[in-house]
Write a protein that binds this ligand. Structure first.
Ligand code: NAD
Ligand code: DAU
Length: 351
């Protein structure tokens, strides 16, 4: 028994692989193109663990996919690989269309070819698990009910539009070809190995460097925040027991305004690494808003709880404290990812 993970060197994928081996000896074939967001250092603690087979490659490479599927005969594909940053999608949407739409299409086709040739029992137990986002549902009004799985798709950014398209492809491959698919739509993750282009790690690393903490617009945009290992346990629950063709929302029951996230990070740093120059909140700087910025996301995670008994293990308070402590203890990891390419991005985005 083996699983094939795509994007397993990124933030959530690497946490998923590390978590997988805490509860399972089942090997993982990890296919990742190692874009700017993929980092083998995330998996360094595995050493030469024979259960982890890393392959550098693109999900758009059909021949590579067919070779991997034939050689390893995975019982499941768990598809994380994507371009994932909304701001980058605004500056350059092309890569998002290529990986998130074309790449998912190629992966679905290669997987369908593999799955069609399986013996009846293996065919019945095979799973294609698509990892998606709450952003496909668009933006909520302040008091509107949280997103359920039947909420209309209203993506507003090139990133969310590309993820919505990939969700539709996955759905269609189930309805048309019978491919045994599962889709999860998750809220904002935070935790270790989060690339410091996203809100929480950017605020931590900028604060420690004494740099401005750029808050878009009025900072009152709301997201639902989930500690990354809770996302991983939610995916494992759906993979093990989710109903075929179904979508499951995964969320933390934890709506927070961006400015409150930033202030919480500042307060934790004041406690754990006080700055002689004064409270870190002095660095908060309001900057031009993100174009098309979604105002509010909120996840109704009742379905996964009702059907599969999943709930997050971390509260926001425990998760964000663990996260800040991790970044304080892993300054080398941060320094490594802040490469030339990272600096070029920061210059482009923040001037
Ligand atoms: P990430 O950007 O940190 O990692 C993406 C990984 O995919 C990287 O390792 C990258 O090298 C790899 N990759 C990119 N293009 C590839 C390609 N063409 N072929 C093979 N590998 C490729 O992203 P993340 O935050 O870990 O997100 C993982 C998945 O979870 C994405 O599908 C994203 O849409 C989804 N998601 C993310 C969040 C979040 O808060 N980060 C929330 C919900 C859903
Ligand atoms: O909701 C799930 C999504 O969460 C995932 O699908 C995406 O892959 C992931 O990147 C994340 O998207 P967001 O756009 O919500 O995450 P980001 O960390 O970029 O921004 C979080 C909020 O903080 C958002 O409202 C924009 C704001 N922000 C972000 C940055 C980088 C700032 O105010 N300042 C910043 O510098």
């Amino acid at each position: 028994m083996t699983i094939l993970v795509t994007g397993g060197a990124g933030f959530i994928g690497s946490n998923f692989v590390l978590d997988w081996f805490k509860t399972s000896d089942e090997p993982v074939v990890n296919l990742d193109a190692l874009t700017y967001a993929g980092n083998l250092a995330n998996l360094a603690s595995l050493g030469r663990d024979a259960r982890h087979i890393f392959v550098k490659g693109d999900i758009g490479d059909r021949a590579l996919l067919e070779g991997l599927l034939a050689a390893h005969k995975p019982r499941a594909v768990i598809h994380f690989a994507a371009e994932s940053h909304v701001d980058r999608s605004i500056h350059g949407p092309g890569a998002f269309m290529k990986t998130n739409i074309d790449g998912t299409f190629t992966l679905l086709e290669a997987t369908r070819g593999h799955w069609s040739g399986l013996a009846a029992d293996d065919k019945a137990s095979f799973r294609f698990h698509h990892v998606s986002t709450d952003e496909v549902y668009g933006s909520l009004a302040p008091h509107a009910p949280a997103f359920t799985e039947t909420h209309p798709y209203e993506p507003n950014s090139p990133y969310s539009a590309s993820k919505a398209a990939s969700d539709h492809l996955v759905r269609a491959w189930h309805h048309t070809y019978g491919l045994p698919v599962l889709t999860t739509n998750c809220s904002n993750n935070y935790g270790p190995f989060h690339f410091p282009e996203k809100l929480t790690p950017l605020m931590i690393v900028n604060a420690l460097a004494g740099k401005p903490l750029p808050v878009y617009g009025d900072g009152q945009q709301i997201r639902d925040w989930l500690y990354v290992t809770d996302h991983c346990s939610g995916i494992r629950a759906v993979l093990a027991g989710g109903r075929l063709g179904e979508t499951y929302n995964i969320g933390g029951w934890n709506e927070k305004a961006n400015i409150d996230i930033v202030k919480t990070v500042c307060a934790l740093l004041d406690e754990l690494r006080p700055d002689p120059a004064g409270p870190y909140a002095r660095l908060i700087t309001y900057v031009t808003d993100r174009p098309g910025h979604d105002r509010r996301y909120a996840i109704d995670a009742h379905k996964i709880e009702r059907e599969l008994g999943w709930r997050p293990a971390e509260t926001f308070e425990t998760g964000i404290r663990k996260t800040v402590i991790w970044y304080l203890a892993n300054a080398d990891w941060v320094a490594d990812v802040q490469s030339g390419a990272y600096r070029a991005w920061v210059d482009q985005q923040y001037g």
